[in-house]
Design a protein around this ligand. Sequence first.
Ligand SMILES: Nc1ncnc2c1ncn2[C@@H]1O[C@H](COP(=O)(O)OP(=O)(O)OP(=O)(O)O)[C@@H](O)[C@H]1O
Ligand SMILES: [Mg+2]
Length: 232
Amino acid sequence: MDTDLILSCKQLFKAYKMGATRLEVLKGVDLAVAKGEFVAVTGASGSGKSTLLHILGALDKPDSGTVLFEGSDIFAFNNAKINDFRNKKIGFVFQFYHLLDELTVLQNVLLSPMVSSGALGWLFRSKNAKTTALKLLNELGLSGRIEHRPFQLSGGERQRVAIARALINQPDVILADEPTGNLDSETGNDILRVFEKLNSAGQTIVMVTHDDRIAAKAQRIIKLVDGKVTTN
Ligand SMILES: Nc1ncnc2c1ncn2[C@@H]1O[C@H](COP(=O)(O)OP(=O)(O)OP(=O)(O)O)[C@@H](O)[C@H]1O
Ligand SMILES: [Mg+2]
């Protein structure tokens, strides 16, 4: 095994059953991501980019095929281990942010470590977690927004909060699904610069985008066509 690989998949198949019809979306996807890589996944709308990303992050399961994280098959993990993988090893960033409007910016970023610590653990962990969250928010230019609620923020600010939330557990891999898809091009470029900076500091990133201009910022572009990966 190539020891530099962090996340890879082999022969992923996924179909959605809709009544009598069966929609084959992934038809044998192979992909290998090395530590520290910034990979863009492109392809037409409906080509299965989100489906693939969700499977890579264990938010969904393939019909067949394997996903290996540091050489281990994630779908062979027990429940506790797969939750741990999803929560601690992977950081998700979505097109529509998925922040909770009931919580402040700081609380949104702290939610995952709080839930995974449990009440007693949180007594011990909260101070460090809060320091980390404030540091991340500061680095993302949000120190003046920590008590805001997501609906009081601009789109770019919301996405930066979502990035801070994704980074709070120091994930090994960031999986981002159209992170600039809901933003104007200038704000989208700001978000890309955040990803580029994270990547230069060693962060592994897999980013889905249908926009070739945005994909061009990544080190490597893979394309989904007809349910398979084509490199170009
Ligand atoms: N839960 C589901 N049930 C049924 N069909 C689905 C489901 N999720 C996705 N699909 C279908 O699978 C195909 C791939 O969807 P997916 O969301 O992965 O595409 P995508 O490449 O991310 O597209 P986009 O660029 O528009 O986000 C689409 O044709 C979609 O309609
Ligand atoms: Mg999608």
